[in-house]
Design a protein around this ligand. Sequence first.
Ligand SMILES: *[C@@H]1O[C@H](CO)[C@@H](O)[C@H](O)[C@H]1NC(C)=O
Ligand SMILES: *[C@@H]1O[C@H](CO)[C@@H](O)[C@H](O)[C@H]1NC(C)=O
Ligand SMILES: *[C@@H]1O[C@H](CO)[C@@H](O)[C@H](O)[C@H]1NC(C)=O
Length: 303
Amino acid sequence: MGLTASGTKTILLVSVLHGCLFLIAGSGTEDPLDSSTMDISSRRFRAEFLQEWQGSADAPYFDASTPRNITGLVGHPVRLLCRVKNLQNRTVSWVRHRDIHLLTVGRYTYTSDQRFEAQHKPRSEEWALRIRSPQRRDSGQYECQISTTPPIGHAVYLNIVEPETTISSGPELFIQAGSTINLTCTVRHTPEPPSSITWTHGAQVINFDSARGGISLVTEKGLKSTSRLLVQRARGADAGLYTCGPNNAPPSSTRVHVLSGEHPAAMQQGCAKSSLDRITSIACCLLSLYLLRKPSFNLHFGT
Ligand SMILES: *[C@@H]1O[C@H](CO)[C@@H](O)[C@H](O)[C@H]1NC(C)=O
Ligand SMILES: *[C@@H]1O[C@H](CO)[C@@H](O)[C@H](O)[C@H]1NC(C)=O
Ligand SMILES: *[C@@H]1O[C@H](CO)[C@@H](O)[C@H](O)[C@H]1NC(C)=O
């Protein structure tokens, strides 16, 4: 009802304005002082301005409030929405930018890819493109187009993400014996927060009530979930592979090296033995050098 009332109001306003413009244009032509110039300019005014103005009042347009950046999850249906006002007898299509592939035309799905589907309820302003089981490669730009001449488009960016687990320290962590191992595991892009996030050290599940003591775990669940593992007063036996395993995302691991001040040789060997990448080996060796240079080791370099 509200729509009808405002529609009527718009039509009335258009008619009134229309009339006014003709009066203005008309009065110009009757001016006896400057008739020839006025005649030309008013005709041009009438022709150009009114035509353009009528055209724009008539033309279809996109509702700019629909989201232009959609994030979806791998394997979970996602919908790109386009809302068109004043469509009249034109057609709305969805096009994939990557390969300029026509996906839908009006209510019909044009592509042979069964995962795509045109969605439209009769008499609604919404023209949606649904992707049943999106994959990472479906990420990119899509465009909703109206068949005006020239066609007008509304771009929507689709970002398809997968569940992801990361540990803040990266693949390797070097710490001094006696300090705290502090590992933060972050879980993103899961359909719902993980119901559990398990930490293991080697093959053993870490329990904060284990005989080791000094272990604490703080887990926060939400859009992005985190689990922080703190192991106080680290010693040699705490070294090794730590894995964070959410129930609904892939696991992530980090190798912890506990650098013992009393045994620089063992530590150096540890550096050489483990399969480190170049940067971590350099970091490890610099750290070894630094520790070796400390007076407590009583070592001297070529002096
Ligand atoms: C879309 O949003 C995501 C985060 O929600 C952002 O990372 C990305 O850069 C955005 N893309 C565009 C094209 O705006
Ligand atoms: C839409 O209707 C107008 C007349 O109202 C006509 O000139 C035009 O060709 C039609 N366009 C389509 C795509 O049918
Ligand atoms: C652990 O590290 C995080 C940053 O990664 C820091 O905010 C936090 O305070 C640290 N906790 C302890 C007990 O060191």
